[in-house]
Write a protein that binds this ligand. Structure first.
Ligand SMILES: C[S@@+](CC[C@H](N)C(=O)[O-])C[C@H]1O[C@@H](n2cnc3c(N)ncnc32)[C@H](O)[C@@H]1O
Length: 286
């Protein structure tokens, strides 16, 4: 991707803003892709009626409520249930037969946003008879997103798209079996969450979360620069058991990572990889 070019003073102001956020709030956005940060901070300046990043920095250091709202500009929660149905079809048809061979399963959904990816996997695992042996770890940097994921309520207008995606993913039942319409939204059955743990976790600063047979982290790495992508991929590699699976988003790849050798291509079209036995430490040092 070609990065936009910004004036040196804009780069300095952005560096200082990110440093201020890190030092004051311990959220680390310093390794995020620059052009998208510039665009989003420009929008935030408009929202907070600031005439530049220095003024925005001044305010967020003094007003925690500004930072809380700024998190909504720094993190993007765009998602869908069964987003890219072919990915979920590949999980169902090609990955599930391997998952069946483990007596118990842990699935880490890193960057779960408002929960769409988690509910998709919970439904898929139920349909495939794997739910009872599985624990889902749903993590995200955004506390607001995690709260929504835990509530499991989605706008009714989004349901036709989710239903179509579910069908295209090879769904074995009707999506309407899993929610009821209430409070002006579709409320997903709380039994889907019975085996889920929701936790704040940053791929930029935290360590490995759990040993997993499947890590699904889609459309998160696209917001990171190369160094941070490597950090996150190193965590996924450490977390995965030998033969465990990693699923990325349709515009994400392992190809340029220092850890690429630690994974074999499994379904390259759907960005699904499989952890091999190569030692990550050797690649980290290399
Ligand atoms: C576009 S959403 C992806 C949602 C879902 N995985 C999907 O593909 O539909 C990106 C998510 O990554 C989260 N995120 C951003 N930086 C993160 C970090 N450092 N650690 C963990 N999650 C992060 C955001 O809060 C957001 O919820």
């Amino acid at each position: 991707m070609i990065e936009d070019v910004f004036a040196p003073h804009e780069e300095i102001e952005l560096d200082l803003l990110l440093e201020a956020i890190w030092r004051h709030y311990q959220y680390d956005f310093r390794g995020y892709s620059r052009s998208s940060l510039h665009r989003r901070m420009e929008r935030a300046c408009h929202r907070f009626a600031c005439d530049g990043l220095s003024q925005l920095q001044h305010r967020l250091l003094r007003e925690p409520a500004v930072f809380t709202e700024l998190m909504g500009f720094l993190t993007i929660q765009v998602s869908e249930m069964f987003r890219d149905p072919a990915y979920f079809r590949a999980l169902r048809e090609k990955v599930v037969p391997h998952l069946r061979t483990w007596p118990s399963l842990k699935v880490w959904i890193a960057g779960c946003a408002n929960g769409e990816e988690f509910y998709s996997l919970a439904i898929l695992f139920r349909e495939e008879g794997l739910e009872d042996r599985t624990i889902f770890y749903c993590t995200d940097i955004s506390p607001a997103a995690l709260a929504k994921a835990e509530a499991g309520i989605f706008d009714l207008e989004r349901i036709p798209q989710f239903t179509e995606n579910h069908r295209q993913s090879g769904g074995r039942s009707s999506l309407s079996d899993y929610y009821t319409a209430a409070y002006g939204g579709a409320v997903f059955d709380k039994s889907l969450r019975a085996r889920a743990v929701f936790a704040e976790h940053s791929l930029a600063t935290d360590q490995v979360f759990a040993e997993a047979q499947l890590v699904s982290s889609r459309n998160v790495l696209i917001y990171f620069d190369r160094g941070l992508q490597d950090r996150a991929l190193g965590l996924f590699g450490e977390s995965l058991v030998r033969g465990g699976f990693l699923g990325l988003g349709s515009r994400e790849t392992l190809r340029f990572s220092r850890y690429s050798e630690a994974f074999a291509d499994f379904d390259i079209d759907e960005r699904i990889y499989r952890r091999n036995t190569i030692d990550l430490k050797a690649l980290a040092d290399g």
